[in-house]
Design a protein around this ligand. Structure first.
Ligand code: PLP
Length: 404
């Protein structure tokens, strides 16, 4: 008789964003004329840049001709894309990453979720709290954690590293040594960054203890401060202890197109075994590659025109973030993030719980944000707004909040 993977049953309740959608749908049906401003889910709103659209059209035409048609993509991704990634994202920043260490994929979410498969089931993971839920949930599904503790709002046998206003939302080293350390900077949901000297300390910590850092740099394109590293490989020795995830979603508006990549250095080992061949094997066995046309679109994001166009789009989101941060401060809120990230993280009003504040903003100002508690117990009492909306929407939202 077939039976299920019971680890899935450890996952509590419904997914954060489905609960938000349900609440918003209920509110909309009760108030059909309400002008709801959505600042909840981290999805982009700007259309794909013209240089990228042109590359897509050209690639579509190729697919319709006998000479240029392409079938399955090479396992690790097309060389034209891996070469340009290695050059522009890494070599230009002084990081010695070879194209063969770049694995092209359909985005960072799948890679962040799947990477745990190449590690022993007994490895202990450490995550920031609050945290992007994929890291923990994928380890729960695999059976690498204990049960969910309803009271604490945490899974047993996971090391949670509190990220609070007191530590500027940058974790301290945990007392118990983790095997796998998930770090995400610029951070979702807090918008915090790790300065280069601090990230170097984490690299040193991982090397000393034989841990592997799983570094999610999906929001790298939003960095504007000088001493914030764009890649973990800017730190000395990181190739011996870190895997990095990147995404075209927020950088170039590919949330619908789907493209990302993961860097696994050739020298990286865990327990004396190299990780590159394991990830290559996993990628080759379970994945058949991002579409050719999308990889061509990704290549165009690095062209001179593409780069300048996507920089302009990011500048629009960053200006939204500035308007939201300033406006919320003027409205009396304690606000964080929004400088090197599209996320604005704030303390709720009058010590409301995160969900109380969600209901309050929806009913009183028709604004949808994300309750901080949805990212872990450390997020309770906090709230996240995103800068991915329109300029007009961001301004309208702030005006409404100021009037409350
Ligand atoms: N990593 C973080 C921290 C994210 O916030 C997101 C998306 O919101 C992702 C990864 C997923 O990126 P992708 O769209 O490339 O799957």
């Amino acid at each position: 008789m077939a039976s299920i993977n019971r680890n899935y049953l450890k996952l509590p309740g419904s997914y954060l964003f489905s609960t938000i959608s349900r609440k918003v749908a209920e509110y909309s049906s009760a108030h059909p004329d309400a002008d709801i401003i959505r600042m909840g889910i981290g999805d982009v709103t700007q259309p794909i840049a013209p240089a990228i659209i042109q590359a897509l059209h050209d690639a579509v035409d190729e697919m319709g001709s006998y000479d240029k048609f392409r079938g399955y993509a090479p396992d690790l991704g097309y060389e034209f894309l891996r070469n340009i990634i290695a050059e522009k994202d890494f070599k230009d920043r002084g990081c010695d990453i070879d194209p063969s260490e770049v694995f092209v994929s359909d985005g960072a979410k799948s890679d962040c979720g799947n990477i745990q498969e190449i590690f022993d089931i007994n490895n202990k993971i450490a995550v920031c709290d609050p945290v992007y839920p994929v890291y923990v949930d994928s380890n729960v599904m695999a059976g690498r954690t204990g049960d969910y503790d309803e009271v604490l709002g945490c899974f047993r046998d996971v090391i949670y590293m509190p990220c609070t206003a007191e530590n500027n939302f940058v974790p301290l080293f945990p007392k118990e040594i983790p095997d796998l350390i998930y770090l995400c900077f610029p951070n979702n949901p807090t918008g915090a960054v790790m300065k280069k000297d601090v990230l170097q300390e984490w690299v040193d910590f991982a090397r000393k203890n034989g841990s592997v850092i799983l570094y999610d740099a999906a929001y790298e394109a939003f960095i504007s401060e000088e001493d914030v590293p764009h890649s973990i490989y800017e730190c000395e020795g990181a190739k011996e202890c870190a895997i990095e995830f990147r995404s075209f979603s927020k950088t170039a508006g590919f949330t619908g197109l789907r493209l990302g990549f993961t860097v696994v250095p050739k020298e990286l080992e865990a327990g004396g075994e190299k990780l590159w061949p394991l990830w290559a094997r996993r990628h080759g066995t379970k994945y058949n590659g991002a579409p050719y046309i999308v990889q061509r679109a990704g290549e165009a994001a690095y062209s001179e025109k593409g780069r300048s166009q996507i920089r302009q789009q990011i500048a629009i989101y960053k200006e939204n973030a500035r308007i939201i941060v300033e406006g919320m401060k003027e409205a009396g809120y304690e606000v964080f993030g929004g400088v090197n990230a599209p996320y604005i993280w704030m303390k709720t009003k009058d010590n409301m719980s995160s969900w109380e504040f969600f209901d309050y903003l929806l009913s009183e100002a028709q604004i949808v944000g994300t309750p901080g508690s949805g990212f872990g117990p450390g997020g309770e009492g906090y709230f996240r707004l995103t800068a991915f909306g329109s300029r007009a929407g961001s301004i309208r939202a702030i005006d409404r909040i100021k009037k409350l």
